[in-house]
Design a protein around this ligand. Structure first.
Ligand SMILES: Cc1cc2nc3c(=O)[nH]c(=O)nc-3n(C[C@H](O)[C@H](O)[C@H](O)COP(=O)(O)OP(=O)(O)OC[C@H]3O[C@@H](n4cnc5c(N)ncnc54)[C@H](O)[C@@H]3O)c2cc1C
Length: 418
């Protein structure tokens, strides 16, 4: 089949990989001059396990609120006075977080993340992309969480079959010798098999490899309309019209508008967050693996010789230099609090980024058929888009090729909102 993919972020590139491997001819349409300019630009980089991602499935955040003080930056920050749609979305999000039985979501996510890890390994066997992969994750507990919060955390990890160890402060310091001596800890959780990596490097490497195998990438081609035909679909773009047998929408936050134009509603909202990347000044004092600051919902990862700290969740706020500066300040302060010797205070930040997590209220991706003939979706990955990228793409490939997926298709189908 001749298949179009709209969007050259991590989801679109992974989808192209999977569809090409299944023998299809694939063309990616990208509105920008280069790939990976939007949500896939500088995410934190956590890949596995999803159950621990602070901005993942909503119920996790609710569980953490049981016992840990969380300042404003760690909450969903809704600017609802202007946008009533944001208010409605946030109400749904909070309602689901309150009553959601997350065991089902964890089970479905777990299938998807297992598939992602298998497919990533397969892609690595083929292309051996250096994406600064890094193992190990520590969750330091600054104060004794109440029993309910700790129970929630460990229950989620057990439900997701994630190996973890409860550590003393001394054990946590042995794992991460750069941890500030001033900080007292009630202990920590250590996940030795957790993974992080640089999604942008991976997707660039994958894109290059696929171009060598016949992938067509049309940059500066904004898709303005999708028209299902009797057979196949027509894409109307800023540079003319083209017909394909099918199209997969991997357009990140713009997927909603593209679907709306064919009469289909995707109840997704753009939740903005920030990351700061900064050069490591002293290797021995920098984190060895990833760190999650549970109180602030911030994630700290290593990206080669750089550190990246990421956090914040805004809904309805416009991009502004003041808010970006405030976020930059908060992120660097937290980094310096945990690992004061790892960077130089005076050192200039290499990159401050504001990006979007496109999410539906239940926090799970939306994958599969859309209801419009020939139009498929791989979007709304929330805080998991890099970690789950190849698994989501493989699942969509199986559905599109008429095969049975190993993943619970109903859990991720657009139809779950009917
Ligand atoms: C602060 C932050 C931290 C994060 N941390 C993590 C993490 O630790 N782990 C994790 O797994 N995920 C994380 N994420 C989420 C992850 O970054 C996203 O889920 C992922 O990058 C989404 O990829 P995508 O390809 O779907 O979207 P995008 O990267 O946004 O790609 C969509 C592409 O489609 C193109 N496009 C859109 N409309 C059109 C059109 N009409 N025509 C042509 N092209 C179009 C866009 O230009 C863009 O290139 C984080 C996100 C943020 C904001």
């Amino acid at each position: 089949m001749k298949i179009a993919v709209v969007g050259a972020g991590i989801a679109g590139i992974a989808t192209a990989f999977e569809l090409m491997e299944a023998g299809n001819e694939v063309c990616i349409y990208e509105q920008h001059r280069t790939a990976g300019e939007e949500a896939s630009f500088a995410p934190a980089g956590l890949m596995w396990p999803c159950a621990i991602n602070p901005w993942g499935a909503t119920a996790f955040q609710q569980a953490l609120r049981l016992g840990l003080h969380r300042p404003a930056f760690a909450e969903l920050d809704t600017h609802g006075s202007v946008l009533s749609a944001s208010r409605r979305w946030a109400r749904k999000y909070h309602a689901i977080a309150k009553k959601h039985n997350d065991v089902e979501s964890i089970g479905a996510l777990q299938e998807l993340e297992l598939l992602s890890m298998q497919r990533l390994q397969h892609a690595q066997e083929l292309f051996d992309i250096d994406a600064q992969f890094n193992a190990g994750l520590l969750l330091p507990l600054r104060k004794e969480p109440n029993a309910a919060a700790l129970y929630e955390l460990t229950r989620r990890l057990s439900a997701a079959h994630v190996d973890y160890k409860q550590c003393t402060e001394a054990e946590a310091r042995a794992l991460e010798p750069g941890l500030a001596t001033e900080i007292r800890m009630a202990g920590a959780l250590h996940l030795p098999q957790a993974w992080a990596g640089n999604g942008r490097l991976f997707s660039q490497g994958l894109l290059q490899a696929l171009q060598g195998h016949g992938l067509q990438l049309l940059t500066q081609h904004a898709v303005t309309r999708i028209q299902p035909q009797n057979q196949g679909v027509r894409l109307v773009t800023s540079a003319g019209e083209r017909d394909h047998d099918a199209v997969v929408l991997c357009a990140g936050e713009h997927t909603t508008a593209l679907l709306q134009a064919v009469g289909i509603r995707l109840p997704a909202a753009p939740i903005h967050g920030y990351s700061v990347s900064i050069q490591i000044a002293e290797q021995s004092l920098a984190p060895r693996g990833s760190i999650i600051d549970l109180e602030n919902s911030m994630v700290l990862t290593r990206q080669g010789t750089r550190l990246r700290i990421s956090g914040g969740a805004e809904l309805g706020w416009q991009d502004s230099p003041e808010r970006t500066e405030e976020a930059r300040h908060q992120l660097i302060s937290v980094l310096l609090e945990w690992f004061p010797g790892s960077i130089q205070r005076s050192q200039s930040v290499l990159q401050t980024w504001r990006g979007v997590r496109t999410a539906v209220p239940d926090g799970l991706p939306v994958l599969g058929a859309t209801g419009a003939p020939g139009v498929w979706i791989n979007a709304a990955h929330g805080g998991y888009g890099w970690g789950l990228s190849i698994g989501c793409a493989h699942h969509v490939r199986q559905l599109l090729m008429g095969q049975t997926s190993t993943v619970d298709a109903a859990a991720f189908a657009l139809g779950r909102f009917d």
